[in-house]
Ligand binder design. Structure first.
Ligand code: THU
Length: 134
């Protein structure tokens, strides 16, 4: 499903707001995301780091876990915002999102006036997914 330019901008704005809750004392790099479901619901996430570094969690997988744990599995788009630069989902997050939404629209940018969009298929080509286990 396609979404309008206005919806992309609004989702990105929500991601920048979620970034404010990031707990990133070790990397100093905050990430916020907004994940849109086919029902029109938006789940936000931010990165949550830990003194035991590998226990830290990415913003994308937090939003995904929030959504799936509340019964939402059909996703249209995710917007990602970072405290600097224009981060895209890391490899593990791409894989986690691919499980539910290979065609997910990924939106990122350094500001609301510099947005980029690509399907998750394009960010994770030849991915391994549920069908490979059939
Ligand atoms: N981070 C995310 O939350 N999402 C990404 O896709 C990229 C990386 C976080 C993890 C860590 O807390 C910080 O950014 C620096 O890697």
């Amino acid at each position: 499903m396609a979404i309008s330019k206005e919806e992309c901008s609004s989702l990105y704005l929500t991601a920048t707001e979620a970034l404010g809750n990031a707990y990133a004392p070790y990397s100093g790099f905050s990430v916020g995301v907004a994940l849109l479901t086919s029902e029109g619901k938006v789940f936000t996430g931010c990165n949550v780091e830990n003194a035991s570094y590998s226990a830290g969690m990415c913003a994308e997988r937090i939003a995904l876990g929030k959504a799936v744990s509340e019964g939402y599995r059909d996703f249209i788009a995710i917007a990602v915002a970072g405290s600097s630069g224009a981060p895209t989902p890391c490899g593990i997050c791409r894989q986690a999102l691919y499980e539910f939404a290979p065609g997910l629209l990924v939106i990122w940018g350094s500001s609301g006036s510099d947005l980029h969009c690509l399907s998750l298929n394009g960010l994770l080509p030849e991915a391994f997914g549920p069908l490979d286990l059939k």
